[in-house]
Ligand binder design. Structure first.
Ligand code: SF4
Length: 303
């Protein structure tokens, strides 16, 4: 099993075996994201992926029941490569019950309905997709690459193939200027996409991203105050926070106040404490991965 660079996965894939079938993100333009900014997108050789699967199966054949295929939008791989990987995963892990990956509306819509149905039949059962907003002006501003209508069309195509969706939206990504439009359009988008799961995460302005370099003041205002204190509190306690690299430097905001004292460890409102009790957040097989999504607003603890 070989891995390149930092590995990200959704919180609910904490105990999945992670197969890095692609390196980086084929889109890699979203203005707030630096998850794969240090990688040039490419697909790994199918033989190398199959060898990794065989190695993982030799080590943990009966312990793996979920496989997460990385990196940033692995659905973009050609369907024949996907089918080879899904077949090998099915053969290697007798207890396998889910194969998932990140996807974008772009690469869902590049697959035909028949291709998606073939992938579902071969075992691909969940896609994580982050439209982040339903507001087309905001989607354009953050260079998401797809509109409200395209996200809905992609969701319909995936659901028609029987693939369940986990949709991620970003609180604060529209800044103060379009907060209302963002809130109402995002609610409409989630309804229209009709996903099995939806998560609302909090925006972090990550240094060196285009969002940070452009004009972060409206956004910083939107994610300041209570949210900023919560984010700082998470970072201080070691929690990864929204699609951010681990150990990211704290963004100092003008007029920022010190975060409140940490809540008691048995506070039922602290989902990380709750999650810790459920087991090791690291994958059973593979590198220690970074969950890009958890925040205090994360409702994504579906297994
Ligand atoms: S948010 Fe997702 S689609 Fe956008 S650049 Fe980052 S990994 Fe790629």
């Amino acid at each position: 099993m070989r891995y390149e660079g930092k590995i990200f996965r959704p919180p609910s894939e904490a105990d999945a075996y992670i197969l890095q079938a692609t390196v980086g993100c084929s889109w890699n333009r979203c203005t707030y994201c630096d998850m794969y900014s240090d990688k040039v997108y490419r697909e790994r050789e199918t033989d190398a992926c199959l060898e990794d699967l065989r190695t993982a199966a030799a080590i943990a054949k009966n312990r793996v029941d979920k496989v997460f295929v990385g990196d940033g939008d692995a659905l973009g791989m050609p369907t024949d490569r996907w089918l080879a990987i899904l077949k090998a995963a099915d053969a290697g892990f007798p207890r396998l019950r889910r194969v998932s990956c990140y996807a974008t509306a772009i690469n869902i819509l590049k697959k035909t309905p028949d291709e998606l149905a073939a992938l579902r039949a071969a075992g691909l059962s969940r896609l994580y997709i982050g439209p982040e907003s339903g507001d087309d002006a905001t989607l354009k501003r953050i260079a998401k690459g797809s509109t409200f209508a395209e996200h809905v069309a992609a969701a319909e195509r995936a659901r028609a193939a029987g693939i369940e969706l986990s949709v991620i939206v970003l609180l604060g990504i529209a800044g103060t200027e379009r907060a209302r439009e963002h809130a109402s359009a995002t609610a409409r988008l989630i309804t229209a996409m009709d996903p099995a799961f939806a998560s609302a995460l909090t925006t972090t302005v990550v240094p060196k991203t285009p969002l940070h370099a452009a004009d972060p003041r409206p956004l910083r205002a939107a994610v300041g105050g209570r949210d900023a204190r919560r984010a700082a509190d998470h970072r201080r306690r070691g929690a990864p926070h929204r699609r951010a690299v681990p150990h990211q430097p704290r963004v100092e905001l003008p007029g920022h106040r010190r975060p409140p004292a940490a809540r008691p460890r048995d506070d039922p409102g602290d989902h990380r404490q709750r999650d810790r009790g459920r087991g090791d957040p690291a994958p059973r097989v593979g590198p220690r991965a970074v969950a890009p999504g958890p925040s205090e607003t994360c409702s994504q603890e579906h297994v």
